[in-house]
Design a protein around this ligand. Structure first.
Ligand code: COA
Length: 183
């Protein structure tokens, strides 16, 4: 029986760091990112159905792409923005008044191509804003995604709800992890 190699091929070839990277998103990445997101959220009535709106709520200073062997495989689109305090059609479950003086970050779209799920890449993407200098992060979650538990386990709390979406928020403390972006 052949002995199990101690070093993985990618390490031998010194390409480990190329396997998965989180990089700052560039304007020219948007068509590819939107294509990936549209496939994932197909028919759900998500923001990515409207590329103009998706880009409007994407700040290239904070948004990131996930890259594997030079190809974009996912993204976390982020944008500095206060939460929608008076969002029509939403029932609020808490008084958000004290957030009016705080610095908010809107988590617009988090997505990773399905074949890369379950390897910890999505988690790394999800952690990116934890290193950013904001007081809180918030976002919408389509009920049809059925993933609210994932977000509440992570630390988000439901602050409001509409017929088809939850609005969640998480306080961000001082930067607590290193910025995982590689460039
Ligand atoms: C969300 C997503 C990027 C996570 O990537 P992943 O590769 O599945 O997750 P990983 O294996 O890297 O990490 C697992 C963590 O992600 C969370 N997670 C898994 N699937 C998730 C999902 N569909 N939505 C939100 N979080 C999810 C898990 O709770 C887990 O967290 P924990 O380890 O703290 O318990 C990926 O599942 C995805 O693109 N899903 C489709 C799009 C989507 O639902 N985006 C969120 C919109 S609100």
């Amino acid at each position: 029986m052949r002995p199990k190699p101690k070093t993985k091929l990618c390490e031998l070839l010194n390409i480990k760091s190329c396997q998965f990277q989180i990089k700052q998103l560039q304007t020219e990445d948007m068509p590819k990112v939107i294509e990936i997101c549209q496939k994932i959220f197909l028919g759900m009535g998500s923001i990515v159905d409207d590329p103009w709106q998706t880009e409007f709520f994407t700040d290239f200073q904070y948004s990131v792409k996930a890259v594997s062997f030079g190809r974009i495989i996912g993204c976390y689109l982020l944008c500095p923005s206060s939460l929608d305090f008076d969002k029509e059609d939403y029932t609020f479950y808490e008084n958000t008044e004290n957030y009016k003086s705080k610095k908010g970050l809107f988590g617009n779209v988090l997505a990773l191509k399905p074949k890369y799920h379950g390897r910890g890449f999505g988690k790394q993407l999800r952690n990116v804003p934890l290193a950013y200098p904001f007081d809180y992060i918030w976002g919408y979650h389509l009920k049809s995604l059925n993933n609210l538990d994932h977000w509440t386990r992570f630390g988000r709390r439901v602050i409001a709800e509409s017929n088809n979406c939850y609005m969640t928020l998480m306080d961000l403390g001082q930067p607590n992890i290193l910025d995982p972006r590689t460039e």
